[in-house]
Design a protein around this ligand. Structure first.
Ligand code: FAD
Ligand code: DLZ
Length: 509
């Protein structure tokens, strides 16, 4: 080779069209992919998540080779594998005597810093290119946020609708409204037909990875078997086809619903594939729009799905890059409790948490309202240290990468950023869970009871949370009404709530 390029493809860059691959010639280029101990273990990721990613990486390497690329793939445990991405880049740069290293910028701040710091150790330039698999660049988000008193997803989302033309009639939103969220809060009936996302039989590559993960990551959280996630682009596309045919029509109606024994309901379960690059988010939105235009799915469902992707997903990423590195240190509500042990075992009498955490350990998946209103809400009510709950979320979900997990956890679910983008904490008592799910029907605790040993603990914890954070939160106009209810209660009633919550908190380890 005349002049050699090394293109580094990270575990969440499994897209055929990647900025780092666009301007180099196959004949002059070696693609480096590496399974490394540091990435698998800097938090102890769920076993299924690691198996999913390693197998998807191995299949992607084959797809690149079939497309004419030369791939240098360093397997976990291969002789000489140094265990970190940086040292693998240094080793490969020497091995191939390269003139330049290219990569699409990583999704995480931590890695970007590491790669920047690596530059002096390399005998050639390293260039990081923007990740244009996202609609909104860092500069565009910075521009959008400039001068705004409040950063609200809704206004950002409208700009993304205008930018993409999705569900637009000229400059007007389809149906006359931008957002149909208020139609999307129906509790699900127990006897609804529930689609199940397709489950894929492991092939020989996945089987090899499963054997590796069983041995190497035995002390990591979660269940490896049965392993059902797709690990190729074709399988991810089959999962998308299934969603569009079976679940999208009801996606809106039951978006916030939760049912015992139903981990997926009408959610797409596509986030693991989207976030690692196997599915293109904008293409999915165009397919959803097409389903609406052809009368196969109603507007509230399609708008809701598109909003999650071009709205929330892009907005959350914008917040991450705008606010890091300070963001990860924020603890606006001064929360310092250790994460309760049952987050790692699902061993709790609270059925809602047992279900949400149990399915998380089993599938490395929970849907949005489960994540937000169950482990998220509970951690905030009891005052878990934001870093601990952040690390839990980063470890346990197959779709978790810091750029998307951190603002969702710290900002949306814990209010630990003091409201940079959430207008109020998503705090809820058992009442919310009873309304949106059937968990309370068969729970040991009584959701109708407010205090005492057999009352749903979330009822008293809710007031305990509000009471101990009154200084911080009472001035928030969106919860002023709740504080006036609290302050109208008799001293004895308030004490009863606080004592009941304190007694419960004593039982947490
Ligand atoms: P669907 O309900 O089918 O939604 C469609 C798609 O929209 C998703 O696949 C996802 O790409 C996108 N989306 C929806 N909501 C969000 C959101 N709030 N932020 C970003 N994208 C969104 N999502 C992740 O992808 N990775 C995470 O690590 C992650 N951590 C979270 C932590 C907490 C505390 C909370 C409250 C939410 C978190 N989310 C995260 C957002 C959301 O819960 C998941 O994207 C969603 O549950 C994925 O399941 P799905 O594909 O079935 O989603
Ligand atoms: C999450 C993860 C895991 C478990 N393992 C690897 C790996 O071995 N090699 C790799 O390139 N990436 C891995 N990743 C993803 C990274 O930790 C990180 O989240 C992304 O590269 C950020 O863009």
């Amino acid at each position: 080779m005349a002049s050699t390029n090394l293109v580094v493809v990270l575990g969440d860059q499994l897209s055929m069209s990647l900025s780092s691959l666009r301007d180099v010639e196959r004949a002059d280029t070696v693609v480096l992919m590496a399974e490394v101990a540091a990435e698998a273990s800097y938090v102890k990721h769920h076993k299924k998540k690691i198996a999913f990613l390693f197998s998807a990486m191995r299949h992607h390497a084959q797809a690149l080779e079939a497309d004419g690329w030369r791939v240098d793939y360093v397997k976990y445990g291969a002789s000489g594998n140094s265990g970190t991405l940086c040292s693998e880049i240094v080793r490969a740069a020497k091995r191939w005597n390269v003139d330049r290293v290219f990569m699409t910028e990583p999704g995480e701040w931590r890695l970007k810093q590491e790669f920047e710091a690596l530059k002096p150790d390399l005998a050639c330039p390293l260039e990081m290119l923007p990740d244009d698999r996202f609609l909104c660049s860092h500069a565009e988000f910075g521009q959008w946020s400039k001068g705004r008193k409040q950063l609200r997803m809704e206004y950002f989302y409208r700009d993304m609708r205008r930018k993409t033309g999705l569900l637009m009639n000229g400059d007007q939103p389809e149906g006359g409204q931008w957002n149909y969220d208020q139609e999307n809060r129906k509790p699900a009936a127990d006897d609804l037909f529930m689609p199940n996302p397709p489950q894929f039989e492991p092939d020989s590559i996945t089987k090899e990875v499963l054997t590796l993960c069983e041995k190497e990551f035995a002390d990591h959280v979660g269940e490896l078997f049965p392993f059902w996630l797709g690990t190729t682009r074709e399988q991810a596309e089959q999962a998308a086809d299934y969603f569009f045919e079976q679940a999208l029509p009801f996606y809106g109606d039951y978006q916030d619903a939760m049912l015992v024994g139903q981990p997926f309901l009408y959610h797409s379960v596509l986030s693991p594939y989207i976030n690692c690059g196997l599915l293109d988010p904008l293409e999915l939105c165009r397919r959803a729009e097409e389903a609406y235009k052809k009368g196969r799915a109603p507007l509230n469902a399609v708008e809701g799905f598109i909003r999650q992707i071009i709205g929330w997903r892009e907005f959350i990423r914008g917040i991450y890059w705008l606010k890091m590195p300070e963001y990860i240190e924020l603890n606006a509500l001064n929360a310092h409790r250790d994460l309760p042990a049952f987050y790692w075992t699902a061993d709790t009498q609270m059925l809602c948490l047992k279900e949400a955490i149990g399915q998380t350990l089993q599938h490395a998946y929970a849907h949005h309202i489960q994540r937000l209103m169950l482990p998220g809400n509970f951690a905030m009510l009891v005052g878990v240290a934001p870093k601990q709950i952040h690390e839990w979320y980063l470890a346990v979900y197959a779709d978790a990468y810091e750029w998307v997990e951190l603002p969702n956890t710290l900002g949306m679910s814990q209010f630990a950023d003091g409201g940079i983008f959430a207008s109020k904490p998503y705090a809820a008592s058992g009442n919310y869970v009873a309304k949106m799910s059937n968990y309370c029907d068969s729970c040991t605790y009584n959701v109708k009871k407010k205090t005492g040993q057999d009352a749903c603990p979330m009822n008293a914890l809710y007031w305990h949370f509000l009471s101990r954070n009154e200084k911080q939160l009472a001035k928030n106009p969106r919860i002023a009404q709740i504080y006036s209810t609290w302050n109208r209660m008799s001293d004895a009633k308030r004490k009863e709530y606080i004592d009941s919550a304190d007694a419960f908190l004593q039982t947490l380890t």
